[in-house]
Write a protein that binds this ligand. Structure first.
Ligand SMILES: C[S@@+](CC[C@H](N)C(=O)[O-])C[C@H]1O[C@@H](n2cnc3c(N)ncnc32)[C@H](O)[C@@H]1O
Length: 405
């Protein structure tokens, strides 16, 4: 099997970089990255400046356009489909035209992944999403992930998933994300997995167990998915745990404990004596102190109900002796979730530099220094994933593909 990949929702190329770092012959045949509503496509430009653009199978360039407008059968062949897509409302209804057809809400990106799978039938897939995907929506816990699994099942894929906290596996950031590994029934890997029971797959033999060791589990909870995706959307509820497996529509899940490795600490990624513009001025300090502190604020809801909004303090400054917190797209703005650190050289409080933001995600220094404004460099890093986690997954996939006919 060729090591070819297609990267949807590519951002600045976290999946691709993770695989390229393996130096094991992966080639990306196509990618797609388009920021809705943005005049300048900074992430796409950054991606192209590192990797060049990719023509589709008709020799045309549509990588920087809304994926919904791309004819999926023009996407070049690939053996691996990857993408980090947002947590949205995945509910479906029957189409008016046919009771068998399904229709999801407009603009929901999962349906673009599904269309790509239908057109291209990639044997392997790795997807990334936020950890709350497993519990969404609040009114019908597990429905959204159930819909995703039902789609993959219908298209002939078995699935493993794990919520991975990057800091536990040696990264510099406490970032918890749901990773989904799907493989087609017709792969040699699917056939090999048929000889293991679910406990062995989750503990030792499966895709995630290989690169992301856990304390052994002894049992799983299981449930049969309805075949009809609309029924899943309308009625399915399930308590998905942080690890699991689905085969032929039967879902197995277990709460697993990750075996921690020595992390990289926030102090390890900091630069010293940085430019003055990153320091917090004495005028802004009271605002930062307020945002980071505990508070109780009387509020009124839309229906007139009065309540007290309260939140505890967050570490201020962020400690050097722990991995960083989860980086958001708002990093570096005046915001409670923005990291504030004490500079190792001057001891004064300041924001992260764009290079430090890149290091928290495991990108090379200055990856996003491709002409975009600094605020966009933080934004792109907040959107990205922790690259070394992908390199680990790639290592496991390399051993799997080596055994494919
Ligand atoms: C969560 S981010 C993925 C980031 C990526 N994994 C990385 O390492 O940078 C999702 C990306 O999907 C892009 N996107 C959103 N809607 C899109 C659409 N309709 N077509 C193509 N890309 C889209 C966003 O601009 C964003 O960069």
């Amino acid at each position: 099997m060729e090591k070819t990949m297609c990267e949807l929702f590519a951002g600045v190329g976290g999946f691709r970089l993770g695989f390229e770092k393996l130096n094991s012959g992966w080639e990306t045949t196509w990618f797609s990255q388009w920021e809705p509503g943005a005049k300048t496509q900074w992430a796409h430009d950054c991606y192209v400046s590192h990797f060049n653009d990719s023509p589709d199978s008709e020799g045309e360039f549509h990588t920087g356009e809304d994926i919904a407008t791309v004819k999926k059968d023009t996407i070049p062949d690939h053996s691996l489909l990857v993408g980090g897509f947002p947590c949205q409302d995945y509910s479906v209804a029957h189409t008016l035209a046919s009771a068998k057809g399904i229709e999801g809400k407009k603009g929901v990106l999962w349906w673009q992944i599904r269309d790509t799978l239908i057109a291209k039938r990639a044997p392997f897939c790795i997807f990334e999403n936020v950890d709350r995907l497993l519990k969404s929506p609040a009114s019908q816990r597990g429905r959204d992930f159930g819909v995703i699994l039902a789609c993959l099942n219908e298209l002939g894929y078995d699935v493993e998933w794990r919520v991975i906290n990057a800091a536990i596996y040696g990264a510099a950031q406490r970032r918890r994300r749901t990773f989904i590994f799907a493989y087609n029934h017709n792969t040699g890997y699917a056939k090999r997995m048929n000889s293991f029971d679910v406990i062995s797959i989750l503990n030792k033999e499966g895709f995630f167990a290989k690169g992301f060791p856990i304390e052994p589990i002894e049992r799983t909870c299981e449930i049969q998915l309805p075949d009809d995706i609309v029924e899943v959307s309308d009625t399915f509820k399930f308590g998905f745990e942080n690890a699991g497996f689905m085969k032929d529509g039967v879902i197995y899940t277990a709460s697993v404990t990750e075996i921690a490795e020595a992390p990289i600490l926030l102090g390890d990624v900091l630069q010293s004596n940085v430019d003055e513009k990153y320091y917090i001025s004495s005028e802004k300090m009271p605002k930062w102190t307020y945002l980071k502190g505990a508070k109780k604020i009387p509020r009124k809801s839309a229906n007139g109900h009065e309540y007290v909004f309260s939140e505890g303090p967050v570490a201020f400054p962020d400690p050097w002796d722990r991995p960083g917190r989860t980086m958001l797209t708002s990093e570096s703005t005046l915001n409670r979730s923005t990291h504030v650190v004490s500079d190792p050289g001057t001891g004064r409080l300041r924001l992260l530099t764009p290079i430090e933001a890149e290091r928290l995600q495991g990108f090379d220094d200055d990856w996003t220094n491709t002409g975009m404004p600094p605020r966009m460099r933080y934004f792109c890093m907040g959107n990205a994933l922790v690259v070394p986690m992908i390199t680990r997954m790639g290592k496991t996939l390399d051993t799997i593909i080596a055994e494919e006919p």
